[in-house]
Ligand binder design. Structure first.
Ligand code: AMP
Ligand code: ZN
Length: 108
């Protein structure tokens, strides 16, 4: 299967990584919709939240643990940020590898 986010995770396509652990990676969105726009992406390929099972609890939990860490690192933890997950094409999911957007407007 040719998945753009799997390719990024495997280093076959470049991305600007800001975090990596055993469950998730975080990299900058290529078309940022806010001054801070990164994607929190599980290393395991799951098409969307619809593919998540209880076996993935650690992965999904880690996405939420990492979000405030990255928000702090990128300077939006106190000013505020949004976490957004599109599920399915009808909701605007374009990349069929589950991911969470972290969007914030860092004051500069
Ligand atoms: P979604 O619409 O929720 O599927 O979001 C997919 C996101 O992935 C969009 O915001 C795209 O800008 C972003 N994106 C697509 N290709 C890349 C890439 N090669 N590197 C970084 N972000 C990407
Ligand atoms: Zn994938």
């Amino acid at each position: 299967m040719d998945c753009i986010f799997c390719n990024i995770i495997q280093g076959k396509i470049p991305a600007q990584f800001v975090y990596k652990d055993e469950h998730v990676v975080v990299f900058h969105d290529i078309h940022p919709k806010a001054r801070v726009h990164v994607l929190i992406v599980p290393i395991k390929h799951l098409d969307s939240i619809n593919a998540v099972t209880s076996a993935d609890t650690n992965i999904v939990g880690k996405m939420f643990v990492v979000a405030p860490l990255i928000a702090g690192q990128l300077g939006v933890k106190e000013s505020g940020y949004k976490l957004l997950v599109n599920v399915g094409e009808g909701a605007g999911q374009v990349v069929p590898h589950m991911h969470m957007h972290l969007l914030g407007d860092r004051k500069e």
